[in-house]
Design a protein around this ligand. Structure first.
Ligand code: NAD
Length: 498
């Protein structure tokens, strides 16, 4: 059986002490195993990164950027292999994997602008013959810890920018689908990245805790579930590290009575069920304003859902694939059960989905639940499956209050034809990423990504301009060159511009 190993100092190694099975979620079978790094192996990767740092830090930004230009070309050249690896271990359909990869590549493109992004700020004559400037220096060795649901894109949110800023990087991907992540990282060598500047550590809590507690790690970027995000943020901060920790979500879409209902239904189908709902930006709750909108939404969704195809990742005719593990499949089904037990109405039931020839795959069919209320467990918690819940309210303000009261604040959307309502919504809603008739308002690579409330712990968002700030520290230099013979006496008052 193939063992997915560690990438340290440009070489793949297998420690061989602890392993974990990797499943093909479409078949339900074990396909590979992943090596789980010990503390010792993680420490070795950190030492290698620290040794590589001085030379990489002093490499001109334009040369660091050139690695990214080549890396982008290699990602495009190997796109098919990458998407297959994603599909085999995550289960997402090839067209969805291609979209994920493209979004990742866009972050590499943004990192290609490093010389411009790192230019800094300069002021001449802040005092007589005194100049001052701020420059953005790398932090040193930094780490990223990533979730299973975007094995290509989320790591690419992090290390291209961290590397072009002059840092060395250690990535700890999800142990559930590590192959695409590892394959991509190996391309960096061919792109010209010196060995040791970037390592990939496959592992679990032991590897993560080593990164969190080692003083040589200066910053941690994390993306995953909220309980772990909170733990990572508290521990990293307690250890004096810079940290951004992105967590879970419960994204609501308000469907206003004046919305183009056919359009809203089409958008909701993709945003709720695409990637089996395993997206932190999935729209998992539709809030219908008024009974007319509510009835129309349920009727049209129910009809449209009849033609959805769920099946294995390699068949591009499928709309979405399996969920990640059998345990997760059971968890999603248990949420649907609990909604039913607490009085909601299961309109379309995906609990018994069967895919011919793939009876052991981890499939859950698209599920639509009506009459959901805020006290239900299925409403409060993130399901992370192909389940759309509908809550009915009478006014837009009630819909907004509902969203604001939820512990998560990642993304949201309003479907309406009323510009004034949309403007009020986007201005006031307590959510980090807002769509107006756009169901998945995932910011492009040259903006930054992040939720509010318990969807993000930290100050700076992921990728885009915030990432330049996250992966650098500001140094401000004030300079004067006294001309020969001119000397000033000692000054004891605070220096000011005279
Ligand atoms: P997860 O929290 O289980 O795992 C994320 C990472 O943390 C993995 O690398 C894992 O190995 C590590 N980890 C897990 N348990 C740990 C522990 N006890 N101690 C230390 N490290 C631990 O998340 P997941 O199931 O892989 O991903 C799904 C979650 O990620 C969802 O909640 C989803 O909303 C969230 N997510 C958020 C965003 C965002 O941008 N906000 C993006 C993608 C996914």
């Amino acid at each position: 059986m193939t063992t997915v190993g560690q990438l340290i100092n440009g070489e793949i190694t297998v420690e061989g002490t602890r392993q974990q099975a990797i499943y093909n979620p479409s078949t339900g079978e074990i396909s590979k195993q992943v090596d789980l790094a010990s503390k010792k192996t993680v420490e070795e990767a950190i030492a290698v990164a620290q040794a590589a740092f001085p030379a990489w830090r002093n490499t001109p930004a334009i040369k660091r950027a050139r690695v990214m230009f080549k890396f982008k070309a290699l990602l495009e050249e190997h796109a098919e292999t990458i998407c297959t690896l994603i599909g085999e271990e995550h289960g997402k359909i090839s067209h969805d994997a291609a979209g994920e990869l493209q979004r990742g590549i866009e972050n590499v493109e943004y990192a290609c602008g490093a010389p411009e992004l790192l230019k800094g700020e300069h002021s001449k004559n802040v005092g007589p013959n005194i100049d001052s400037w701020s420059e953005f220096q790398p932090l040193g060795v930094v780490a990223g810890i990533t979730p299973f649901n975007f094995p290509a894109m989320v790591p690419l949110w992090m290390y291209p920018m961290a590397l072009v800023c002059g840092n060395c990087f250690i990535l700890k991907p999800s142990e559930r689908d590590p192959s695409a992540t590892l394959f991509i990282a190996q391309l960096l060598k061919e792109a010209g990245l010196p060995d040791g500047v970037m390592s990939v550590i496959n592992g679990d809590k032991e590897a993560v805790d080593t990164l969190l507690n080692d003083e040589r790690i200066k910053a941690i970027s994390f993306v995953g579930s909220t309980p772990i995000a909170e733990y990572i943020y508290a521990t990293a901060n307690g250890n004096g590290k810079r940290c951004q920790a992105l967590g879970g979500a419960k994204n609501h879409a308000i469907v206003m009575p004046d919305a183009d209902m056919d359009n809203a239904v089409n958008q909701l189908l993709g945003a709720a069920f695409g990637s089996s709902g395993e997206r932190c930006m999935a729209l998992s709750v539709a809030v219908a304003v008024g009974d007319v909108a509510g009835d129309a939404l349920i009727g049209k969704m129910q009809a449209a859902m009849q033609s959805l195809n769920v099946g294995p990742h390699f068949d591009a005719n499928n709309d979405f694939g399996p969920v990640i593990t059998q345990a997760h499949q059971q968890k999603v089904i248990a949420y649907i059960d609990s909604a039913e037990q607490q009085g909601a109405k299961i309109v379309v039931d995906g609990r018994h989905a069967k895919v011919l020839g793939f009876e052991n795959g981890f499939f859950v069919g698209a599920t639509l639940i009506d009459d959901v209320s805020p006290d239900m467990v299925s409403y409060k918690e993130e399901i992370f499956g192909p389940v759309l819940q509908v809550v009915r309210v009478q006014t837009m303000q009630q819909a907004m209050d509902l969203i604001d009261a939820h512990e998560y604040g990642n993304g949201t959307c309003i479907f309406t034809r009323d510009g004034e309502a949309a403007r009020y919504f986007s201005d006031n809603i307590q959510v980090g990423m807002v769509g107006i008739n756009v169901p998945l308002p995932v910011p492009v690579a040259y903006h930054s990504f992040g939720g509010w409330k318990r969807s993000l712990f930290g100050d700076l968002h992921a990728y885009g301009p915030d990432a330049v700030r996250f992966y650098t520290k500001r140094k401000t230099i004030t300079q004067r060159w006294p001309s020969a013979g001119v000397r000033e006496g000692a000054e004891f008052s605070m220096p000011t511009m005279k």
